[in-house]
Each structure stands twice: as structure tokens, then as C-alpha cells.
Design a protein around this ligand. Structure first.
Ligand code: C2E
Ligand code: CA
Ligand code: CA
Length: 417
């Protein structure tokens, strides 16, 4: 697809530019118009507010650094007038100022979609406009520069996201190797930041762990996942054939090794299960050991207590780093999760095949359920089935799904009424 194929869609939008430098504003206006966007440029706040009222633009380019004019005040005025445009900041301000501006924008209900530090090219403008209009820019060549200008995610962002319940969950189905039945779902945290876009769980989980926010995050994830599971169970009442196994589907929750010593957290998980009528047998807590795990005795006590109450415990990423034999025998696990790196290379590597065979046999001899993750094609699935792996998870079965997409996915499996 050529870059220009985006121009007609941009034309449905109106862009208003506020810059005290008439030449800068006009240049930007010309560039935007060449891209097919309706654009106007103003230099004074009165004129700007008049255009807002009468012309009603949906995208605004705003210079925060204007002599005699305050960009933050402009954001407030927009909020007061109940205008909710997408705002692009056209000054290359340092990241702390940008963070503060972003908080102000958010507080006033205004959405900051990106920055366009001067000097910029037509290509960069097109990129940021595509983002403002919800289109994915087709050419990512310039994206790193723009993203860098938008800054990295901070602990304040995460704190705010937790306070505003911005974290969502995706559910990845897990099926039985024996008969293909859906046995459960793994809840995976997702975070779409209003300005920075999608943040990888590897980034924000590590950020939460470093800054003492991981327990709060786990609680939010647990609350959402258990509430979703209760609703999911409810849905299948009356679907005779599906009811038996879907109504008993399990939920897997990822628990940081750093949380294992936290009794309060587990007490809260038990309480939530009770309140929502979810049997502990339907909850699997997946743990990846790390070197950071400190209080081994409390962790052992807590995990043993959870097992006694019926919860399942899974050793995640088995075969990598610290999730090893030592932990497997020390802690009361009931599931062994074969790391996706072995599974994804099984087709091409005899070593990976040997490791998988070994893990499946080990799991069986210890009376554990074995689950393989990262199943991306049929050959991996057939191999796992052949060696006696119990359960599989991976893109070949399904990618992680948005909550609303899970029931349609189950129905599309064709084995349900
Ligand atoms: P994980 O627990 O090992 O989760 C599996 C990851 O593999 C997920 O990545 C999933 O999207 C991805 N995946 C699943 N099937 C396939 C496949 O067939 N091929 C490939 N290449 N990848 C596949 P995701 O969602 O990016 O999560 C990354 C990690 O972040 C998770 O790894 C988990 O350690 C952590 N995480 C996610 N949500 C939470 C959470 O709520 N709490 C904690 N503590 N950690 C979480
Ligand atoms: Ca996991
Ligand atoms: Ca894993």
C-alpha cells in the first residue's frame, strides 16, 4: 500500500493549528492540505477559540512554548468547552514537561496523541496524523523518531493506569491434546496507554516489580479475570453439550515470584473466589521463579496452603533460567508449563524434541499436568500429542483474545451447540 492511499481518509478530518509564528503555522497548514486534510492555522488564542466553536476541528496541533500564551491554559480551555479533539504537540519539550502536559490534558479530558518536534517532514506529519485518526501509519521508517519524542513509560504512568483501571486482559485458550476440548484460559495483562500506545507486558510487569506495584497489579488482574470467568460460566448454562466442560473451564493467572511471600494477596484471591462462586480448583496460579525471590519459607507456606485449599500451581517457563528442577521438587506444583522456546523450535531441533520428551515424562512421573505453550503450527501440535503432553496453548490454537471475543471463538470451534 502506498503512503498516498491514506490521504483520502485523512480528508475527513479537520486540523486546526495554533502557533504564534505565522510562517510555521502556515507551513504546517500547507503540508497538511497537501496530504488531503482540511487545515487552518491561527496565531492568537481568541481566534483559536472562535475556530473551535464555529469550525469544530477534530485534530489540533498546539505549540506549548509560545511567548505570552500558555499551552497548558489552552488545554484547560478546550476541556472547559467540552471539546475532545486529538492533540498533537508541535514543540520539542523535554520529557518531564511533556509528561506534565499529558497529565493536564488527561485531567481536562483532552487526548494527546503524539508530538511533532520541529523541524518535521511531511512524512512525519503523515505518521502522526495517521495516529490521530486511528489509522496505523503504513510506513514505520520514521516511527522510532516519533516514539522517542513521545518518551518512555514511567512509574507515574503505571500508577495512574492502576488508579484508573486502564489495564485490560486478554484470554488465551488452552486445549486438551487428547480431544481438543477447551480446558481453560490464561489471563494476560494488556495496557494501551492513551499517548504511548500499546505497552508490552514484559515492560510494565518489570516496571511494576521494580516499583512495588506488582501486588496491586496482580489484584486488579485477579479481580477482572475471576469476574470474567464467573460471567463466562453463567453463559453456558443451558448449552447442554458445551456446559460440561466449558462451565468448568479453568483460569490461569500469572503471579510474580516477588508476590509469593504476600499472605494478604492470597487471602484476597481466596476471598474473591468465594464472593464470585469460583471453585479454587478452577484457578491455576502460574509462577516463574526468579533470582529475586527472597523469603523462601513464607512462599512455601503460602503456596502449600493454597494447594490445600484446592488451587492449582503451575511452574511457568519450565526449562529456562530459574524455573528448574530445584523449584519443581521444592514447591507443591500441580502443572509443569513447557517454555515456548522449546516448543517453537521443536520442528527444527532434535535437542528441543529431546528436552520436551524429557519434561513430559518428568511431569508424568511426578503426577503433574504438562502444558506446552507457543504451539504455532500443526507439526508442533502433532509432536506434542505423540509424546503424551496433556494440554497445549499457542497461536495455532488461538491468539490471546479480547474478553468479548472468547465466547464467539468457543462457538466457532464447531463442537458446541
Ligand atoms: P507468559 O506467562 O509466558 O505468557 C505467554 C506469552 O507467550 C504471552 O505473551 C503470549 O501472548 C505469548 N504467546 C502465546 N502463544 C504464543 C505462540 O504461539 N507464539 C509466540 N511467539 N508467543 C505466544 P505476553 O502476553 O506478551 O506476556 C508476556 C509475559 O508477561 C507473560 O509470559 C508473563 O510472564 C507476563 N505477564 C502477562 N500478564 C501478566 C500478569 O497479569 N501478571 C504477571 N505477573 N505477569 C504477566
Ligand atoms: Ca504464564
Ligand atoms: Ca510461559
Amino acid at each position: 500500500m502506498s503512503l498516498d492511499s491514506y490521504a483520502p481518509r485523512l480528508s475527513q478530518h479537520r486540523l486546526l493549528i495554533l502557533d504564534d509564528e505565522p510562517l510555521t503555522g502556515c507551513t504546517l497548514q500547507q503540508m497538511a492540505m497537501r496530504l488531503g486534510t482540511e487545515a487552518r492555522s491561527v496565531t492568537a488564542i481568541d481566534e483559536f477559540l472562535l475556530q473551535i466553536e464555529t469550525w469544530q476541528p477534530d485534530i489540533i496541533c498546539l505549540d506549548l512554548v509560545m511567548p505570552g500564551m500558555d499551552g497548558i491554559e489552552v488545554l484547560r480551555l478546550l476541556g472547559e468547552r467540552h471539546f475532545r479533539p486529538q492533540v498533537i504537540i508541535t514543540s520539542g519539550v523535554e520529557s518531564r514537561i511533556l509528561q506534565a502536559a499529558e497529565r493536564s490534558a488527561q485531567a481536562h479530558g483532552v487526548k494527546l496523541v503524539g508530538t511533532l518536534p520541529k523541524p518535521y517532514t511531511t512524512r512525519e506529519l503523515r505518521q502522526v496524523l495517521a495516529r490521530a485518526t486511528g489509522q496505523t501509519a503504513p510506513d514505520t521508517e520514521q516511527a522510532p523518531r516519533l516514539m522517542a519524542a513521545v518518551r518512555e513509560v514511567s512509574v507515574d504512568d503505571l500508577q495512574q493506569a492502576l488508579a484508573q483501571c486502564e489495564l485490560k486482559l486478554a484470554y488465551q485458550p488452552k486445549v486438551s491434546c487428547r480431544n481438543g476440548e477447551v480446558v481453560g484460559f490464561e489471563a494476560l495483562a494488556r495496557w494501551h496507554h492513551p499517548v504511548l500506545g500499546h505497552i508490552s507486558p514484559d515492560v510494565f510487569i518489570a516496571l511494576a516489580e521494580r516499583n512495588g506495584l506488582i501486588d496491586a497489579l496482580t489484584l486488579q488482574v485477579t479481580d477482572q479475570a475471576l469476574t470474567w470467568l464467573a460471567g463466562f460460566t453463567q453463559y453456558w448454562t443451558g448449552h447442554e453439550t458445551a456446559q460440561e466442560y466449558l462451565a468448568n473451564a479453568q483460569i490461569s493467572l500469572n503471579v510474580s515470584a516477588l508476590s509469593l511471600g504476600n499472605e494478604m494477596l492470597f487471602a484476597r484471591i481466596v476471598e474473591r473466589c468465594h464472593e464470585l462462586g469460583v471453585a479454587p480448583q478452577r484457578v491455576i496460579l502460574e509462577v516463574t521463579e526468579t533470582s529475586a525471590m527472597q523469603d523462601g519459607t513464607t512462599a512455601l507456606d503460602n503456596l502449600t496452603r493454597l494447594r490445600l485449599q484446592g488451587f492449582h500451581l503451575s511452574i511457568d517457563d519450565f526449562g529456562t533460567g530459574y524455573s528448574s528442577m530445584v523449584q519443581l521438587v521444592r514447591l507443591p506444583f500441580s502443572e509443569l508449563k513447557i517454555d515456548k522456546n522449546f516448543v517453537m523450535t521443536a520442528a527444527t531441533s532434535e535437542e528441543s524434541q529431546a528436552v520436551i520428551r524429557f519434561m513430559v515424562n518428568l511431569g508424568r512421573s511426578l503426577g503433574l499436568t504438562t502444558t506446552a505453550e507457543g504451539v504455532e503450527d500443526e507439526s508442533a501440535f502433532s509432536f506434542l500429542k505423540r509424546v503424551g503432553c496433556d494440554r497445549v496453548q499457542g497461536y495455532w490454537i488461538s491468539r490471546p483474545l479480547a474478553p468479548d471475543a472468547v465466547i464467539p471463538w468457543c462457538l466457532a470451534q464447531g463442537r458446541l451447540d
